[in-house]
Write a protein that binds this ligand. Sequence first.
Ligand SMILES: Nc1ncnc2c1ncn2[C@@H]1O[C@H](COP(=O)(O)OP(=O)(O)OP(=O)(O)O)[C@@H](O)[C@H]1O
Length: 227
Amino acid sequence: MAEPILKLTDVSIFQKDNLVLSNVDLQVKKGEFVYIIGKTGSGKSSFMKTLYGDLPLSKGEGTVVDFNLKTLKENDIPYLRRKLGIVFQDFKLLSDRNINNNLKFVLKATGWTDTSKMDDKIAEVLDKVGMKTKGFKYPHELSGGEQQRIAIARALLNDPELILADEPTGNLDPQTSVEVMKVLQEINNNGRTIIMATHDYALILKYPHKTIKCDGGKVFEVIQKAI
Ligand SMILES: Nc1ncnc2c1ncn2[C@@H]1O[C@H](COP(=O)(O)OP(=O)(O)OP(=O)(O)O)[C@@H](O)[C@H]1O
């Protein structure tokens, strides 16, 4: 039986004093791919931020990759994030160093010390996203789609149990979006759990998965026809 990697029970999500989402109940099992959809301002990013400890969980109960979000302390957050791979719309690569050094920076920051192991891991994740030969390039020398693939490679460095992707195709044209989606799909086919916030209904239709909608301050599962 697949185990739940995320469990939220009657959760409310706030931005400062504003209630963004309430009565959120959701379980995601290991190996699932789940979309979070909804209009601008409906709470997708707030939902994702709660999962990676950027917004505190003050009401309801929640566990993510065995961390209790309700009792999560500031000091726990780096450990939570090591078990997560986070991908943002705007890639967030460091512009002053090449791709290999972007990835090495993350490995060192998360406790890796052995140079040859780091080099092997970097080669492995670049290979997974089809960017094996691009390690010497600087971010500005890559297209948006390539930069996003590097960001996905970066998210894979510590073998995360869960990948959280917040609008990963939001800055990409439709064709490039499909290419990035293929990479995420393949990662999911290899057993990795993915939660992806998106506006991109064309992608959802092309790659159907369980879909959760944020609307009117609530969260509910939708069937494809209703999207
Ligand atoms: N830092 C913040 N401080 C106060 N309110 C915020 C903050 N960030 C977001 N909000 C509010 O919370 C609500 C949900 O925003 P959120 O960014 O989660 O929506 P979203 O669905 O991700 O939107 P988008 O698709 O535009 O990214 C909105 O009303 C927004 O104005």
